[in-house]
Design a protein around this ligand. Structure first.
Ligand SMILES: [Zn+2]
Length: 305
């Protein structure tokens, strides 16, 4: 079962050094979520052979251009290739107005429905749940209302001990019931307790996205223990005061959040255009949190079962 992040863009503000602006796709058991949509997102989707019409949900962190200027073009192209499936878009207040205005003045008429969901930017809340995943929004601290997102795979089923299938001659229905945690009644009327034939399920996998934000320890409880944390690192640590002033984070800020939250892996991105070479951003972050990777356009990061 897949749980894989693909980076489509990792630059802040403008496209430079072969990096497009913020956007990524999370594949949770073949359900695709697009997270932020900077200009050029649809170009990256086709370069990386990700079908735009497989995207059912879009999560937008805030309304700065480097996170939303790709939306009208992407949605227009979805329409041109005959999309009929509805699209759910989550984001802070104003997103619906922005898109409706663009479509209205450009006389774009869509052949599919968009369901807009306004996300409150100042609280942690579950915004979506389906059979694959739960999605939470979390408050970030940026110059305009901004939210992060956490996506958690649904609780996984218990694993059946293969020896027990043979020993008790379990049929398909009994195996499925045992995986759900039920005790099993055998044909002879004997009851077998669930824990005798099953093993603990694997932990649900999780990913959290925090861009853009200044250093804010308030988010630590919300991202605690996630397998993957994407946290922006717009600047190196020597620009700490600039980061604070601009409501962005440095390498050490991101690493400290990852460390305090005890995450599995940290992915850094949203780099300032001043950095062509990213090696120093990576090594500085690793001074505090070793299991760090750079976001780079086209990079895929999987969490194994
Ligand atoms: Zn940004």
């Amino acid at each position: 079962m897949t749980f894989e992040l693909t980076i489509l863009g990792c630059s802040s503000a403008m496209p430079v050094h072969g990096r497009f602006m913020s956007s990524q796709v999370l594949n949770v058991n073949e359900k695709l979520l697009l997270i932020d949509c900077g200009e050029g997102t649809q170009i990256r989707l086709s370069e990386y052979k990700i079908s735009k019409n497989k995207i059912e949900t879009i999560l937008i962190s805030h309304l700065h251009g480097d996170h939303i200027f790709g939306l009208p073009g992407l949605i227009g192209s979805m329409n041109l290739v005959g999309r009929k499936k509805p699209l759910d878009i989550f984001g802070p207040l104003g997103l619906e107005y922005y898109l409706k205005t663009v479509f209205e003045i450009s006389e774009s008429y869509l052949g599919f429905e968009i369901n807009f969901h306004t996300v409150e930017h100042n609280k942690y809340t579950k915004i979506l749940e389906d059979k694959n995943m739960k999605v939470y929004s979390l408050p970030l601290e940026h110059r305009i209302p901004t939210v992060g997102y956490k996506i958690v795979e649904q609780d996984r089923l218990r694993n059946i001990n293969p020896e027990m299938i043979e020993r008790f001659d379990l049929n398909y229905q009994q195996i499925q019931a045992a995986k759900r945690g039920d005790d099993i009644e055998l044909d002879n009327g004997n009851i077998i307790k669930n824990h005798e034939i099953t093993l603990e399920p694997k932990k649900s996998r999780s990913f959290a996205y925090c861009s853009d934000t200044k250093y804010n320890e308030g988010i630590v409880p919300y991202v605690e223990g996630v397998d993957l944390l994407y946290h922006e690192t717009t600047y190196l640590k020597n620009l700490q005061s600039k980061a604070q002033e601009r409501f962005h984070s440095t390498t050490h800020d991101a690493a400290n959040i990852a460390k305090k939250a005890g995450v599995g892996k940290l992915i850094i991105g949203h780099y300032s255009s001043r950095y062509k070479d990213l090696d120093l951003l990576l090594s500085e972050t690793r001074e505090i949190f070793d299991n760090t990777e750079l976001a780079l356009d086209g990079k895929k990061i999987s969490v194994k079962c």
